[in-house]
Every structure is written in C-alpha cells, then in structure tokens.
Design a binder for this molecule. Structure first.
Ligand code: MRU
Length: 328
C-alpha cells in the first residue's frame, strides 16, 4: 500500500495519525480535505508533501475550469505547511501545465508520484554505497523522526538508505528516537523497521547524543525538509543535537533527500521558515493535558543544522560533502 496515491479522480493516503494502532486509508476528494490532512500530519514527510502538492493541483484542476480559481486553490495547498520546500515544488511543477488543460495537469501530477518511488530507491542505494565505502559492516545507525516509506510514496530516504543496507546484509542495529512531540519515530519509524525485519531500539530524543557518544552507532542518517544553497539542512526538531554529537564523536552525519528538497533560492538556513505548531502538542498528548493548566510552549517543528556539521548530502543524482567544503 502506498503512503499517497491517485485513484481515478481523487487522492488516497494512509492516515498517519492512526499509526501504529490501525492502518487505514483516507479518500480526499477536495482541496479542503487535502489541506486539512497536510495540517494534521495525516500525510507528512517532505517527499510525500511534494506529491501531495502535485496531486492537490490535480484536485483543483478537476474541480473548476476557471484557471484563476485553480491558482487560488493551489495557493492554499502550497501554504498548508511552510518548511518542507517539496510542497511548493510539487504545486509549482504541476501548475506550470495549467494552460494545457486538466488532463495534462493530472498526468504531470501522476508523473511526480511515480518519480518519487524511482528517485528514492536511487538515493537509498547511493547512500548505502557511500556508507559502505567508509564504514566496515555491519553498520549501526541512529535515525530521527520518520524518513521512511511513510514520508514518501514508497521506500523512504534515510530509511531508504538503511533499507538498501539491510537488503545487502550490511545493516546492524538501528536506534530510532521517539521524536517528540508527535512521536513520528516511536509510532511510525519503529512500525516501519519492524515490518522490514530490521533490528531496532527506541530511545527518548534526549538520549540520542548519548547513544552516539557511547559508540553504539557508526553513522547518523536523517532526512531533510529543506536544504539551503549553502548546505544548511532543516529537518525535524532535534536533528541539530544529533549532528553536534556526531561531529564530536567523529562519525558521519548523513542527510538523504531528493533533489526536490534542495532550495537554491534560499541562501542559508536562517532564511528558511520554521513551522511553529500549536502549544497543546507539547503541553499534552493524545488529548490529555500533561503540563499544568496555563503553561505556555514554544513548539518549533524543525531546526537548522549548519552545513559544517553535515558530512554528506545524498540525493538521487549526487553526493555533496559540505563539512569538507563541498558546494551544493
Ligand atoms: C523523508 S522525510 C524528511 C523529513 O520531512 C522528516 O525527517 C521530517 O522532519 C518530517 O517532519 P513532519 O513534521 O513529520 O512532516
């Protein structure tokens, strides 16, 4: 089952808010449905958001023949979340076909969807090659958030690298952190690793740097929501401390992402909009309050890892080594 797909005239997604308890799909027939699913993280992860953006324009083009209305609907999809540049990339790529009619728009959106599978497999194998050339196996890795099949259409980026290693019998143990506050690591990455038959252990987010300092892993492998022109990487909050720990321990910090995550129009991480989500995601969980009533919370959803801490950025097309002076 794909994370996100196009069925006849609408979008089908796995509802990630329900994992790991139940695997259910949602059928999204309108742009409103899709925007709501993106905001609630029912569909999430940068590559999946790129596909959601593309399919959102297809939904818009099928809902009206007025190009101005399609553009207004597409703008709503584009603005549903600010940080992962893939969302805007997916919308813009498909919107460029609007003058050619709705059928051309839908065809381009489906191409974006199919490309995602192929590109992520390619980058997964490239990343596995890069790691195997530097680390004698079996390779133990730490990962953060979820950059697996559920963050893409299939396969995954960071987990795609680990999955390629697993296929080659070169993967040892994977440490995944919970990824507060919405637990993408505990709920989704652990679920994916179990289904893949990968040996794994869950740790709290703040244990990640100690896992690294204690020599339990040979590399940190994560995804990205946006990579700036100078090589700064924005990813799920809590990525930066892992990069600091990896640099201190002298192990590679590897970012696996498709080229659509690279944003040459943004000079550095400081210029990337960081989503700030609702305080109640931090002050409670699952509808139950955990902090005292009235407690405020600053809920940054992402952080910036400076380029000089990034050993390698692996895409479907290339490997760039920013910490060694490599330019994007
Ligand atoms: C291949 S997914 C890369 C990133 O999008 C992922 O690591 C991440 O930060 C996802 O954040 P989320 O808030 O769950 O959409």
């Amino acid at each position: 089952m794909r994370t996100i797909d196009w069925r006849d005239d609408h979008v089908v997604i796995i509802d990630q808010t329900r994992l790991p308890d139940v695997l259910v799909s949602l059928h999204l027939h309108t742009v409103d449905d899709l925007v709501d699913a993106i905001r609630r993280l029912a569909v999430r992860g940068a590559p999946a958001l790129g596909v959601a953006g593309a399919l959102g324009v297809a939904l818009a083009a099928l809902s009206t023949s007025d190009p101005a209305e399609v553009r207004a609907l597409a703008a709503r999809v584009r603005a549903a979340r600010p940080t992962a540049v893939n969302l805007a990339w997916g919308v813009d790529r498909v919107l460029a076909l609007l003058d050619h009619g709705a059928a051309a728009v839908v065809a381009e959106a489906v191409t974006v969807l199919e490309d995602d599978v192929r590109l992520n497999r390619a980058l997964g194998h490239r990343g596995a090659d890069w790691l195997q050339a530097r680390v004698p196996g079996p390779i133990n890795a730490h990962t953060h958030c979820n950059a697996g099949a559920l963050a893409c259409v299939e396969w995954g980026t960071a987990l795609g690298v680990l999955r390629a290693l697993h296929e080659r019998d070169a993967l040892g143990h994977v440490y995944a952190d919970e990824t507060r506050p919405l637990l993408q690591g505990a709920r989704i990455t652990a679920w994916e690793l179990a289904r893949l038959g990968v040996a794994h252990t869950l740790v709290v987010d703040s244990a990640g740097p100690s896992v690294i300092a204690n020599g339990l892993v040979h590399a940190v492998v994560v995804g990205a929501d946006r990579i700036a022109a100078n090589g700064d990487v924005v990813n799920k909050i809590g990525t930066y401390p892992l990069a600091l720990a990896a640099a201190r321990a002298g192990i590679p910090f590897v970012v696996a992402a498709p080229e659509s995550t690279v944003d040459l129009a943004t000079p550095s991480g400081a210029a990337i909009p960081i989503e700030i989500r609702a305080a109640d995601e931090v002050t409670g969980f699952g509808g139950a309050r955990t902090a005292p009533e009235g407690t405020g919370a600053l809920n940054y959803a992402f952080d910036v890892t400076p380029a000089d801490l990034v050993t390698a950025i692996v895409t479907e097309a290339r490997v760039v080594e920013p910490a060694a002076g490599g330019a994007i």
